[in-house]
Design a protein around this ligand. Structure first.
Ligand code: F0G
Length: 354
C-alpha cells in the first residue's frame, strides 16, 4: 500500500493552488476515516456515514486548509502569520507555522475557547492574544492588522488557499463511496467549511468523478445562528464554543452552498448538540468536540420532524476531536468506583464476585 504523505503530495495536488517550487509544509493531514454508523443508519432509515475529520494531525478539519496556507506563506517569504479563532484555526495555524519555521500570532476571545485548543497553541509556540470580545471582534482586528502590517492573514476569509485545501474532504468522500451522497450534513460557524465542501463536490462533478451533487445541510447553534435568522448576532452564545460566531465572514459562500444545492441551514439547540455528542461516543465510539456533533443533531432533528426521506445516503462531517474540550465531557460529572488495589475489591466493584 502506498504511504499517505499528506494532501499536497496526494492525487489531489492537481486541484490545489501550489506550484512546482512551492515548499511543502505538511503534517500528513487528510485521508481521514469514513465510518458507517450502524446506530444512525437504523435510527433514520437512511445510510449514514461519518467523516471523522477530528483525526487530522491537530485534531480538526482546519489542517486541510492550513497545509496550503502555510506552504504558500513559506514560499512567499512571509515571516509571520496571524489568525482569529474560536480555537481550532489557531491550533492548526500554530502547528503548521511551527512546521514551516514561521512565527504565528493568534487572536482568540478571552476565556471562550476550549482549553485543549489553547494548550495546543501554547505548546506549538504561538504568540497568543486573548481579546476581551467575541470571535467576530478578533477577526475584524486580525483583518485590520494584516492590511496595515507585515503579517499574513491565514483565516479562510478571502483566502482561496484555505478553501481549496478544505475542498479535499469532498474528494475523499466521493473516492471512498464511489459517488457523492444525497445529503451532506455539517456544523456551520464562520461559513468556510460548508462553502469549501460544496465547491469540492462541484469540482468533482465537473471532472466527471461523480454523477451527482448532494444537498448541503448546515447547522448552527440556536444561540449563534445568524445565517438562520438572516442577521448578525451581537452576542452569540452556545456551549459549542467552536461555532460561537455571530457574523460569519463567509456568509455569501454558505448561502450559495445552501441555495445551489437545494439544501438548508437550520438551528439546533445546545441540548440537541450535547445529546448527539453523547450518542456519537457511546453509539459509534467516536469522541468529537461539541460543535462537531451539530451535524448529527441536525440530521436527527430533520428526521424527527418528518423531513428526512428514507433510503438516502448521508455523510456527516465530524469536524473536531473530543479531546480538545475535556471540560465539556466531564462537566456533567461522571460515575466511577474507587477501590483498594486488591483484585477481590475490583472484582466486587465489577460485580464479578459476591
Ligand atoms: N466545527 C469545528 C470544530 C470548528 O472549529 C469550526 C470553526 C466549525 C465546525 C465551523 O466551520 O467556521 O468553516 O463554518 N472554527 C473556526 C475556528 C471558527 O476559529 O477554529 P466554519
Amino acid at each position: 500500500m502506498a504511504t499517505w504523505r499528506g494532501l499536497i503530495e496526494s492525487d489531489y495536488r492537481k486541484w490545489l493552488p501550489v506550484a512546482e517550487e512551492t515548499p511543502v509544509v505538511s503534517l500528513q493531514e487528510g485521508n481521514t476515516p469514513l465510518l458507517r454508523s450502524a446506530g444512525l443508519t437504523a435510527q433514520t432509515d437512511c445510510e449514514v456515514w461519518l467523516k471523522v475529520d477530528g483525526a487530522n494531525p491537530t485534531g480538526s478539519f482546519k489542517d486541510r486548509g492550513m497545509t496550503i496556507a502555510l506552504s504558500r506563506a513559506a514560499g512567499d517569504g512571509v515571516e509571520r502569520v496571524i489568525c482569529a479563532s474560536t480555537g481550532n484555526t489557531s491550533a492548526s495555524a500554530a502547528a503548521y507555522a511551527a512546521r514551516a519555521g514561521l512565527a504565528a500570532a493568534v487572536l482568540v476571545p478571552a476565556k471562550a475557547i476550549a482549553l485543549g485548543k489553547l494548550a495546543q497553541a501554547v505548546r506549538y509556540g504561538a504568540e497568543i492574544v486573548e481579546v476581551d470580545g467575541t470571535f467576530d471582534d478578533c477577526l475584524r482586528i486580525a483583518r485590520e492588522l494584516a492590511a496595515h502590517h507585515p503579517v499574513a492573514l491565514v483565516n479562510s476569509v478571502n483566502n482561496e488557499l484555505r478553501l481549496a485545501g478544505q475542498r479535499t474532504v469532498a474528494y475523499e468522500i466521493v473516492d471512498a463511496l464511489g459517488d457523492a451522497p444525497d445529503v451532506h450534513c455539517l456544523p456551520v460557524g464562520n461559513g468556510g467549511n460548508i462553502t469549501a465542501t460544496w465547491q469540492g463536490y462541484q469540482t468533482y462533478a465537473a471532472e466527471q468523478r461523480s454523477t451527482r451533487l448532494p444537498k448541503m445541510w448546515g447547522f448552527q447553534a440556536a444561540g449563534a445562528a445568524p445565517l438562520v435568522h438572516g442577521a448578525p448576532v451581537a452576542n452569540p452564545e452556545t456551549a459549542a464554543t467552536a461555532i460561537r460566531v455571530g457574523n460569519p465572514a463567509t456568509r455569501e459562500g454558505a448561502l450559495t452552498a445552501r441555495d445551489q444545492s437545494g439544501g438548508l441551514i437550520d438551528a439546533v439547540t445546545d441540548e440537541q448538540i450535547f445529546d448527539a455528542y453523547r450518542l456519537l461516543a457511546s453509539g459509534d465510539g467516536v469522541f468529537v468536540e461539541p460543535a462537531s456533533a451539530a451535524g448529527v443533531a441536525g440530521l436527527l432533528q430533520q428526521h424527527a420532524s418528518g423531513r428526512l426521506e428514507p433510503g438516502q445516503r448521508i455523510v456527516i462531517t465530524l469536524t473536531g476531536n473530543g479531546l480538545k474540550d475535556l471540560d465539556a465531557s466531564l462537566r456533567d460529572g461522571y460515575t466511577s468506583t474507587n477501590v483498594s488495589s486488591a483484585t477481590s475489591d475490583v472484582a466486587r466493584a465489577l460485580r464479578l464476585a459476591g
